[in-house]
Design a binder for this molecule. Sequence first.
Ligand code: CP
Length: 302
Amino acid sequence: MKNKSLVSITDFTRDEYLRILELAAEFEKNPRQNILSGYVIATLFFEPSTRTRLSFESAVSGLGGKIIGFSESASTSASKGETLYDTIKMVSNYSDLIVMRHPLEGSARLASEVASVPVVNAGDGANQHPTQTLLDLYSIQKTQKTLDNLKIFMVGDLKYGRTVHSLLMAMSQFNTTFFFISPEELKMPDGYKMHLDQKGLEYYETNDFSEYVREADIIYMTRVQQERFTDPIEYERVKNAYVLRRNMLEGTKENMKVLHPLPRVNEIHTDVDTSPQAYYFEQALNGVFTRQAIITSILGIK
Ligand code: CP
């Protein structure tokens, strides 16, 4: 993994995922160590973020590294028309690793080709969010004690949801059975279903999950992302299509956990928060340890 960019979850192998998860478990036991002293990590966020940016920054700070960067492009020379190509060329000179979120699909791949240091994709449009996936894998393994042979329900915006796209690609390495629950307008794109067909994996599509929910090991809720819609009327029509309430979890498996990459809007009612099946806040905390594992692996420190 040394010096390797992480643009798509498919840039890493199954063994590399497992290595990251082992390291994340080590960092969870000891998240404060001075092993990034002298390293500079750039966090370039051209799109809003709370968890991804702050958990990267917390991860680096906990290991003694320095952070440079920005949380909105309005304060940078991009607002004067500087290209992404030039911005990445510059930031390569100032840092040892670049973490970037950008609204355009493919922007992270471009950055990785231009940069002289590794690039970690922190989300590129509706395409991929690989570090979210690694923390999701960590959360699934931690709660289920395995990644193999699980039933994962993906609910909500499966069309534009980059987190479900990356998670599907990763979990397809572990003989997962998928249930896709979405409104017609937000179905999982055909390319991802073709990938499952090629791997011989089972998946089911429905717009009503109450019938199957007792089979779930993981319910992965997602937000309907207003920012991806060009037609506000279409967003209004689907925005509250799925709202998970505590009474809907009755009869589900004991090991079952509800995950969500967050932020949520309405799709998980707050009455779920106190349920033993709610795991989304712990999931976000796992992001710190997983990102420590990713950064130190890519820098060749671990
Ligand atoms: N999960 C996630 O990407 O959250 P943020 O948008 O707050 O970073």
